[in-house]
Design a protein around this ligand. Structure first.
Ligand SMILES: Cc1cc2nc3c(=O)[nH]c(=O)nc-3n(C[C@H](O)[C@H](O)[C@H](O)COP(=O)(O)OP(=O)(O)OC[C@H]3O[C@@H](n4cnc5c(N)ncnc54)[C@H](O)[C@@H]3O)c2cc1C
Length: 459
């Protein structure tokens, strides 16, 4: 088992750092902090909207070393954020429009990589949200009704009965699923590294090993000054390290394991021919993908949160979490004997209302974006597009989407934050155990209460 090294994708790609650290003072129109998808898509959109703009991206470690190079690989058009929270900003129609743009972004993104000849391992097979108990099935039905009320048509979302679900993938105990076609599985590290190569071609300067520091009004990296008309902060789950972002984004841990590639014979028993992204309706969320090199990757929270917004070390996962994910994998696919090759983890950026933001500071014009709560591969494209309109003072439809808002309210101080995040996760685990044991269609009452305390009004 290879544990850590940021992610399987980065170990397998074995790409060396190619961009020089900042080694002199620099003056640009736009300085972007963070070499993940948010920062790189912002750079891309800035250069395509205004080719004369000078843009530089500063990455503390290397391109794709953050969440973007550690993801499971769902380039998904699923809604991002809590609809009710976002509707308070600009109303219901604006939320529906944002969701439509996210679905469109899946194809747009793939087209961009194709046009540059970049292979990101994309296969558009959609997602299956699978119910494996009576209470999960009831929640799935309610969630489909809710999606319909928010404008999703039968083109966007379909219910599959048990038989239809099993004909796509042989998941044990499956009782039904929601199928959404708007998802392509990708290799997220290749996608991020390819995007860096594309923006460099467009004239963007990229600096790796260039952590940006704020010392009063002075902005530096490696002790050299960064002078920019506007700064765009695209540090997502790592934002808690910046003085002005403390407690705005909680770095929630997410862990993954990946099996050895399955043989043809094993795939015949699993099926999964269309490489759909698979997740569940349990309170303790899991997500899974058939990777471009024919492994199964499966992820979940593990230890959800480290005290005082702490981080993992190079993506190393504790043994207990690896074992828990393997148990889950074996319970989904008992018909095959799977061997785990890789384990890794990273942080996802979660705001107090579980919804994303693109915030522009009125006095400086500087911009911060993020808060995708684990769904940033597509959201970063849209977030970057919105940030570019704001940065270039373009008053278009993107600038009036509900993600454009004040910074969400801050998370609680410690130790409340630690107790809340980890305590609620225990409550969810207990709820799953009880519901599974009873096999009643009812969701246990304290799981709903936990959702309200957490701020996750809808799931
Ligand atoms: C295990 C895991 C699985 C996931 N699976 C999926 C999935 O399948 N689908 C999906 O849509 N989303 C998934 N996500 C979430 C998704 O990866 C993120 O939402 C998305 O990548 C965020 O991109 P980003 O550019 O905003 O942040 P990041 O990719 O985290 O980039 C931020 C960068 O900022 C850099 N940085 C921080 N501070 C500084 C500084 N001071 N100076 C310079 N640089 C700095 C960091 O080093 C980092 O590289 C997953 C996340 C994890 C952790």
């Amino acid at each position: 088992l290879i544990n850590g090294n940021n992610s399987m994708w980065l170990v397998e790609s074995d790409k060396q750092s190619t961009y020089a650290p900042l080694n002199s003072d620099v003056t640009v129109d736009f300085a972007i902090i963070g070499g993940g998808l948010s920062g790189l898509w912002t750079a891309y959109h800035l250069k395509t909207l205004d080719p004369s703009a000078t843009v530089a991206v500063f990455e503390a470690e290397s391109i794709a070393s953050g969440a973007s190079g550690r993801a499971c690989g769902w380039l998904s058009g699923k809604p991002v954020g809590v609809r009710e929270a976002l509707a308070k900003v600009k109303g219901r129609e604006a939320v529906i429009k944002t969701e439509c743009l996210l679905r469109e972004a899946v194809d747009k993104t793939i087209d961009i990589f194709t046009s540059y000849g970049a292979d990101i391992g994309a296969h558009k097979g959609g997602t299956l949200t699978v119910a494996r108990s009576e209470s999960e099935l009831k929640r799935l039905e309610r969630s489909i009704q809710n999606d319909r009320a928010w404008g999703l048509t039968s083109d966007d979302l379909q219910f599959l009965n048990r038989h239809e679900t099993l004909s796509r993938v042989q998941i044990s105990e499956a009782r039904g699923a929601a199928y959404m076609p708007s998802m392509a599985r990708v290799d997220p590290a290749k996608m991020t590294q390819s995007l860096a190569a594309i923006v460099e071609k467009l004239g963007v300067a990229i600096h790796e090993r260039s952590s940006v520091r704020f010392q009063g009004r002075r902005v530096t990296s490696n002790d050299y000054g960064i002078n920019a008309k506007k700064i765009i902060v695209a540090t997502e789950g790592y934002s808690a390290q910046l003085p002005f972002m403390k407690r705005t984004i909680l770095p929630m841990n997410s862990s993954l394991i990946a099996t050895a590639p399955l043989s043809e014979n094993e795939w015949e028993r699993v099926i999964w021919n269309n490489a759909e992204g698979i997740s569940g309706m349990a309170h303790t969320y899991f997500y899974s993908a058939r990777t471009p090199d024919n492994r199964i990757a499966i992820g979940g929270r593990g230890k959800p949160y480290r005290f005082a917004s702490g981080f993992d070390t190079n993506g190393i996962v504790d043994n207990k979490t690896v074992q828990a994910l393997k148990l889950l994998l074996d319970s989904l696919f008992p018909q095959v004997d799977l061997k785990v090759d890789y384990a890794w983890c990273g942080v996802i950026g979660v705001t107090r209302d579980w919804s994303p933001f693109v915030h522009q500071v009125a006095e400086t014009g500087n911009i911060m974006l993020g808060g995708y709560a684990g769904q940033g591969l597509t959201a970063a494209y849209l977030g970057g597009r919105i940030a570019s309109s704001l940065a270039l003072d373009i008053d278009d439809d993107y600038a009036s989407l509900p993600w454009v808002r004040d910074l969400p309210r801050k998370w609680e101080i410690e130790p409340l934050r630690w107790i809340g995040a980890n305590g609620l996760y225990r409550v969810y685990s207990l709820a799953d155990v009880l519901e599974h044991r009873k096999d009643s269609p009812k969701t246990v009452w304290f799981a709903g209460l936990a959702d309200r305390i957490a701020g996750r009004v809808t799931k």
